[in-house]
Design a binder for this molecule. Structure first.
Ligand code: 13P
Length: 345
């Protein structure tokens, strides 16, 4: 298979029917912060054991097409010494890798962030490809506030996303392009829509300029949603309607799929929003709409695990349950009744 054919096939497989992506690429800082909150020791071994718990959950491959790994994780193995990449590949799950080096203050725009990690990226991509990775992720962060996002922030981040994506294509990795518009703030859903539209237009204009073939990439958008401090919280139906309107306005139809981040939404709301989009727009969309959740897939499992071997089976059950419910949402077949049934099992 040519590299182009391989990239197209991988992108399609990432958004296979009823499947989504597990984002398990928390950096040291993020992983440790979540462990600390639950009283789990913040060590390399605990991070390894936690990821082993997730990756060896039985039946995960029915709902999960790929897993995004962090640099530390892609080099780790199970207790028995089997590399995580092998565990995933054996289960028919595609290993992916986080390539960005995090968001830092943007010079000239002190309230805003720019994602770093372009230096030496070509060489890192080659190394990860050889380790078995077939897709990658780069997250840009867009903040809504007074007079922000600025054009500077949108354009600088879009440029970095496009340069990253072009390097991925050259090196054989399907780029997940993730411009996250944060939910923090008191913005209305209408303001969120406006910022999402400007963000996505800027990103796709840059992807085009950098000659990124749209059918070889995946978009990871945030949902168009009311700010967390907004007095009026939009309904599930409004979030679904405006999110899809925005994507229809901005995302070329040759992109195979959009996989949402959860961004701090509760587990159930993230699932309900995705489901509503797939119910309302069934048969009317050019791309697949699925999930690439971090917190909304892992929260329940981590709270059950708590760093204890004795809790592994129960934690795996909690994880599989969320994966199954999100798989149902990707098909537009979820209902809140299923939450009760699943938790009673
Ligand atoms: P959340 O679903 O927790 O937002 O994480 C997804 C992700 O990969 C953020 O980059």
């Amino acid at each position: 298979m040519s590299i182009t054919e391989e990239l197209k096939a991988t992108a399609k497989a990432m958004v296979a029917e009823g499947k989504g992506i597990l984002a398990a690429d928390e950096s040291f800082g993020t992983a440790n912060k979540r462990f600390q909150k639950l009283g789990i020791p913040q060590t390399e071994e605990m991070r390894r054991a936690y990821r082993e718990m997730l990756f060896t959950s039985t039946g995960m491959n029915k709902f999960i097409s790929g897993v995004i790994l962090f640099d530390e994780t892609i080099r780790q193995s199970t207790k028995e010494g089997v590399p995580f990449t092998k565990v995933l590949l054996k289960a028919g799950i595609i290993p992916g890798i986080k390539l960005d080096a995090g968001a830092k203050p943007l010079a000239g725009a002190p309230q805003e962030l720019i994602t770093e990690g372009l230096d030496g990226l070509r060489e890192r991509i080659a190394e990860y490809y050889n380790m078995g990775a077939r897709f990658a992720k780069w997250r840009a962060v867009i903040t809504i506030g007074e007079k922000i996002p600025s054009k500077l922030c949108l354009q600088a981040n879009a440029d970095a996303l496009a340069r990253y994506a072009a390097l991925c294509i050259e090196g054989g990795l399907v780029p997940i392009v993730e411009p996250e518009v944060l939910m923090d703030g008191n913005q209305t859903i209408a303001q969120s829509l406006e910022v999402h539209q400007e963000t996505l237009h800027t990103v796709f204009e840059r992807l085009y300029l950098y000659r990124v073939p749209f059918e070889q990439m995946i978009l990871k958008p945030s949902m168009v949603i009311s700010g967390t401090d907004c007095a009026e919280q939009a309904s599930v139906e409004d979030v679904a309607q405006l999110t899809v309107k925005c994507l229809l306005d901005c995302v070329p139809s040759s992109v195979p799929g959009c996989v949402f981040l959860s961004g701090g939404q509760s587990d159930q709301l993230a699932t309900a929003h995705l489901n509503a989009m797939n119910v309302i727009f069934k048969g009317k969309l050019p791309w697949t709409l699925s999930f690439s959740y971090g917190r909304a897939l892992q929260q329940a499992a981590m709270q059950t695990w708590l760093g204890k071997d004795a809790n592994v089976t129960a934690a795996q059950k909690a994880f599989s349950m969320r994966a199954q419910l999100n798989s149902a949402a990707a098909l537009g077949q979820y209902s809140s009744e299923m939450e009760k049934i699943a938790s009673n099992n």
